[in-house]
Design a binder for this molecule. Structure first.
Ligand code: TRP
Ligand code: ZN
Length: 881
């Protein structure tokens, strides 16, 4: 890479593959440092492809040993070879190609292709990892049937897995053995997987809707065999749910999941053989928090749902990534909503969207849900493609209604089973099944940026008319200066200001009201909706359930927000009103802090907080969400120039003063909820969440009594949720109880790497001033390794992305620290390095002094030499313009 500028790939340049690969036979002779791969490809010219003379195959970090065409060995004159490809010159229309390569799994620190994790072989091929295994047409529209023979030392690698079904196995000389797998479904190579090692098996079965029995096999390291039950239960629930909700049945006789310790992302949906980051599989109450239980269920569901949305129907090219990811995230969100509380799930998803996707949309890497160009596709596994993509699918669901949406989904799977298709094919199926014209809706896929919607309202009491004028605009993003209006489904209701009751909704021109909840279709730059027969002054509840991924400026007063918190019939919007009120108060405190004024406590907010605490009707999980203040990341989004110090001071002040003002109620609530016996069911989780929110507030008081409360919970905890909540509260205090607890936690969990990840992150996000030094010291801890992505994310990632006040310390030492780590990781694992870099890319949001320091560090990375494409793209786009 060093030297020349990496190439940009454009969607408009797409052409079909010039050759088709009908059959692939792979033979692996596994060896830690010198694995031999023999591949036999049955190739023919693609009638729909361009007539080219040469066949160019992708390949990276490979040692080419031999090439043969139709049984004849080829010499250097028959092909061209460089760092990224093997080109066979003047090939016939149909032929068989054999290629022998050698690879070094042990030296593979990028964790793409074939590598070793805890001594076991595993693969990661999405997006372009297969080219690190053998020369191939590494693109998702090249689909082939795979047969894979895996051979290895039997004592060290008793288990040999690949996609599909085992069809042969046997013993070989020198203590080696082999297993041959056959996958009957044609697939792109990014869905290829191989695992070899010594793993423990947790097994179960599932009977599908048509009565077929599927073997479910979960493979983990032996020491973790007692942590599989939750993942297995989640898998069975996901299989059942997809049959009931989407009519999708599993299609092979075996479904395998392997948990590995070293993994760049969350998990991977390889056909019949998912590979998971162990963090999204392993759970028992002593080691996993309630949130982790929920994440595991969601990720297990996500990868399972890919079997249809991704594998049976796949992507034509990587610009279509959201076709599988946006749709599958929507599916996993709906699954989780059905398994637990729908409102709480929605709140968490919206928090996440605002915390990760909104800043992305407003930053230098902003891109549409269907990007138009990229340098490194790994950089486009983003919150925009995943989470905003899911919001776009959700809007289709809202606009078409559940029934038509399901018809559209059925039609999509039926039309395109076995094909590699585009986002356009998905929308076309929805359009066909619903009979609706979605021409304008498509702009959601091509236009980047978060729309800002403002609402202006007027009530005419004499005429009983209420008018709502909506305006939308989307700020420019890199490469897209001009924006057009979007089709925005705006779910809403009107609430009577006099009695707090919902009002019937009748638009002018309609015969009769349609009930008290409806979806307005807002599709122009400006649009006015007139409601008639409105018998009292209404307060509108807008964007219910967050029906579109926009920033709403509704212009509510504080008392109106407090009113909505109490009376809105939509649970999400009751929560949202509380968040908006808290955000207004915090931004007011920020201004006070910046002006050197003393900080007070807002009466409206404090009263509302007290009323929430007294509410015994509401679901505890929902109450826990309502009591939590908006996080610093979201609040930063609301500021013109981010001031991390003032923001931190304001938010902390509010937490402390709320805790002081409501100490008795918080304590009572805490005591009331502390007596529960442990259970992992939803109800118990909700009560635990609420209890720990109360503990978190009380911990802010940091006096003898509250510290003792935290320390006692830490000592007595019989589950990780309670243990972490207490330790988190203590971790912010400069007191001996903190050190005692951290040491005890380490002592107890030193053998469990996933629990130690939590221990690392907790220290990394501590608000104490010496945290950066602590993080640097922890990098030298024997349990830390820069080569393990989970460790990097828990310690370095957590500090830089989740501890804004310390990361943005005015002298710039946080920035320097991050740049040093990015430079270090660029050489080891570019994918992880590029992701870690994100906080620095936001430099334009800060004051001039911080901007200068952040930019200096970006330039230092740029000039450090030998940048991988991943890091190069993020750094150069961040510095542009
Ligand atoms: N397809 C995977 C998912 O959605 C994403 C993924 C896993 C991935 N590992 C990766 C993407 C490595 C790029 C590189 O769950
Ligand atoms: Zn996915």
């Amino acid at each position: 890479m060093a030297g020349d500028t990496p190439q940009t790939i454009h969607l408009k340049d797409y052409t079909p593959p010039p050759f088709l690969i009908e059959q692939v036979d792979l033979r692996f002779q596994l060896d830690e440092t010198a694995t031999k791969v023999h591949s036999t490809l049955v190739v023919r010219r693609n009638p729909a492809g361009q007539p080219v003379a040469h066949l160019r195959l992708d390949g990276q970090a490979l040692r080419l040993l031999a090439v043969a065409l139709d049984g004849h060995d080829l010499g250097p004159n028959d092909y061209r070879l460089d760092d990224e490809s093997l080109t066979l010159l003047d090939v016939p229309d149909a032929f068989t190609l054999e290629v022998d390569t050698e690879i070094n799994p042990k030296g593979n620190t990028a964790l793409e292709g074939l590598y070793l994790s805890s001594g076991n072989f595993c693969t990661q091929c999405e997006a372009e990892g297969f080219r690190r295994i053998t020369y191939y047409l590494d693109r998702p529209d090249a689909m082939a049937r795979f047969t894979t023979r895996v051979e290895a030392d039997k004592a060290r690698y008793p288990l040999l897995l690949s996609n599909g079904n085992p069809v042969a196995s046997g013993e070989l000389e020198n203590g080696r053995h082999f297993v041959t797998w056959e996958d009957p479904f044609p697939k792109p190579c990014y869905l290829f997987a191989l695992v070899a090692g010594d793993l423990a098996l947790h097994e179960d079965t599932f009977t599908t809707m048509s009565g077929r029995e599927v073997a479910l096999r979960l493979y983990v390291e032996h020491r973790n065999i007692d942590q599989c039950a939750h993942a297995m239960r989640s898998l069975k629930r996901a299989m059942k749910w997809d049959e009931e909700t989407f009519g999708r049945e599993y299609d092979l006789d075996i479904y395998m999941i392997v948990a590995v310790s070293d993994f760049n992302m969350g998990a991977m949906e390889n056909k019949g053989l998912n590979v998971f980051n162990a963090k999204y599989v392993l759970a028992r109450p002593e080691t996993a928090t309630d949130h982790e239980y929920q994440w595991i269920e969601g990720v297990i569901g996500h990868e399972y749902f890919h079997n249809w949305s991704g594998n049976r129907v796949t992507c034509r090219d990587w610009f279509q990534l959201s076709l599988k990811e946006g749709f599958t995230v929507f599916r996993d969100q709906e699954f989780s909503a059905d398994m637990g509380s729908r409102a709480v799930k929605r709140i968490q998803d919206v928090r996440d969207l605002r915390a990760r996707q909104f800043p992305e949309d407003g930053g230098p890497m902003a891109h549409p849900v269907r990007p138009e160009s990229y340098i490194e596709i790994n950089n486009f596994y983003t919150a925009t493609v995943y989470e905003k993509g899911a919001e776009v699918v959700r809007m289709l669901h809202t606009l078409l209604g559940g029934e038509a949406f399901r018809k559209g989904s059925d039609l999509y799977f039926e039309r395109h089973d076995g094909q590699a298709v585009t986002v356009e094919d998905f929308v076309a199926a929805m359009e066909r099944a619903s009979g609706r014209d979605l021409a304008s809706f498509r702009r959601w896929y091509s236009q980047a940026g978060t729309p800002v919607v403002s609402a202006e309202r007027h009530y005419d009491a004499a005429a009983q008319r209420f008018t709502l004028t909506l305006r939308q605009h989307t700020p420019p993003t890199p490469g897209q200066p001009e924006k057009g209006p979007l089709v925005i489904p705006l779910a809403m209701g009107l609430i009577g200001a006099d009695d707090g009751r919902p009002l019937p909704l009748q638009l002018e021109g309609e015969a009769a009201p349609v009930g008290d909840h409806r979806v307005l279709e807002f599709s122009a730059a400006e649009q006015t909706f007139t409601f008639v027969g409105v018998t009292q002054a209404p307060i509108p509840s807008l964007l219910r359930g967050f029906s579109a991924p926009v920033k709403l400026e509704a212009g509510y007063s504080d008392p109106e927000l407090a009113f909505l918190m109490a009376f809105d019939g939509d649970e999400f919007n009751r929560w949202e009103a509380g968040q908006q009120l808290a955000a207004k108060v915090i931004l007011g405190l920020v201004a006070d802090h910046q002006a050197g004024r003393s900080l007070g406590l807002d009466e409206t907010l404090s009263t509302a907080f007290g009323e929430l605490l007294a509410d015994r009707e509401v679901d505890p999980a929902l109450l826990a969400e309502a009591l939590a203040l908006p996080d610093e990341g979201y609040l930063a989004e609301l500021m013109t120039v981010v001031d991390p110090d003032a923001l931190f001071a304001a938010r902390q002040h509010l937490r402390r003063t709320l805790a002081a003002a409501h100490r008795e109620r918080l304590t009572a609530l805490y005591r009331e909820l502390s007596g529960d016996a442990f259970s992992i069911e939803g109800e118990a989780m909700g009560r635990r969440a609420l209890k720990n929110v109360a503990l978190g507030y009380l911990g802010e008081l940091a006096d003898e009594e509250t510290v003792a409360l935290c320390a006692a919970q830490f000592r007595r905890a019989d589950n990780m949720t309670d243990s972490m909540a207490a330790l988190r509260a203590l971790s912010h205090l400069d007191r001996p109880e903190r050190e005692v607890a951290l040491a005890a936690f380490y002592e107890r969990w030193q053998e469990d790497p996933l629990v130690l990840d939590k221990w690392f992150s907790l220290q990394a996000v501590s608000r104490l001033p010496g945290t950066l030094d602590e993080v640097k010291r922890l990098m030298g801890h024997p349990a830390f390794s820069i080569r393990n992505p989970n460790k990097v994310r828990s310690l370095i990632g957590a500090f830089c992305a989740a501890n804004p006040v310390r990361f943005h310390a005015a002298a710039g030492e946080g920035y320097r620290f991050l740049a040093d780590r990015v430079i270090e990781l660029n050489a080891l694992n570019p994918q992880v390095a590029a992701r870690l870099l994100t906080p620095l890319t936001r430099w334009r949001r800060f004051d001039a002094a911080r901007q200068g320091k952040m930019r200096d560090e970006l330039m230092r990375i740029r000039d450090s030499g030998g940048l991988a494409k991943d890091v190069y793209e993020v750094v150069s786009k961040s510095l542009e313009g």
